[in-house]
Design a binder for this molecule. Structure first.
Ligand SMILES: [Zn+2]
Length: 217
């Protein structure tokens, strides 16, 4: 019998979480206080998450905390992120998701505040983001927010949290990171375009169909 070997070890996963944090911090999508990341080995009911109350730009693997789906700490010395409830809710609802990135994308969040939907204005947006839903305001760290995120994440890859930030999910960390980066890229392009014209050109419908067929979205 062949044994199934996971593609990454738990140690590699923790390394990757810290690297992703640093990259998003350097891009201004995660700040000293805002943003958190988690990841799990496929099929696991426990996940690693960034701690709360620690400077986000220089996290080390030993700063991470392992929790189960009820938020109980399994391993680690620091307090897990206050947003642990919505990370847990996503893993509970979505067995296909192994990584969750929550960042504070300024331009994406700003467009949502202005009541402007994120549109698939580029190929990347059409392929990677699908429909971007906006989760109504709920206080950070609460069960109310976790419940809303659990509902809205059905069939979605990207969410905007009203008056707060964004969430990207993926089957691995790179996918989840790509979601929040693409969100900000598309939001920025849309923002710049909206300064000069109201009717932004869209990718023609037949090409959208082609994109859907080519990429299976
Ligand atoms: Zn936040």
């Amino acid at each position: 019998m062949e044994e199934f070997l996971p593609l990454v070890s738990e140690e590699e996963l923790k390394e990757e979480i810290c690297k992703t944090m640093r990259r998003l911090f350097d891009r201004g999508l995660i700040s000293a206080l805002g943003g958190n990341i988690s990841a799990r080995l496929p099929g696991s009911t426990e996940f690693w998450i960034t701690p709360s109350g620690v400077f986000k730009g220089e996290l080390e693997p030993e700063d991470l905390v392992k929790v189960d789906l009820s938020g109980r700490v399994i391993e680690g010395f620091l307090r897990p992120s206050i947003e642990t409830p919505f990370h847990a809710k996503i893993y509970e609802r979505r067995t296909d998701v192994n990584a969750v990135v929550h960042s504070h994308n300024p331009i994406t969040t700003g467009l949502a505040l202005a009541g402007i939907d994120i549109q698939p204005v580029t190929i990347e947006a059409a392929v990677v983001l699908r429909k971007v839903k906006v989760v109504p305001w709920a206080f950070p760290g609460t069960e109310v927010l976790a419940r809303l995120v659990g509902e809205y994440i059905e069939g979605a890859r990207a969410l905007v949290l009203m008056n707060h930030g964004v969430i990207g999910v993926g089957s691995n960390l790179l996918e989840a990171e790509a979601i929040v980066e693409t969100l900000e890229e598309v939001a920025t392009a849309q923002f710049v375009a909206l300064l000069f014209r109201k009717d932004i050109p869209r990718i023609p419908e037949e090409d959208m169909e082609l994109i859907k067929r080519l990429y299976g979205v």
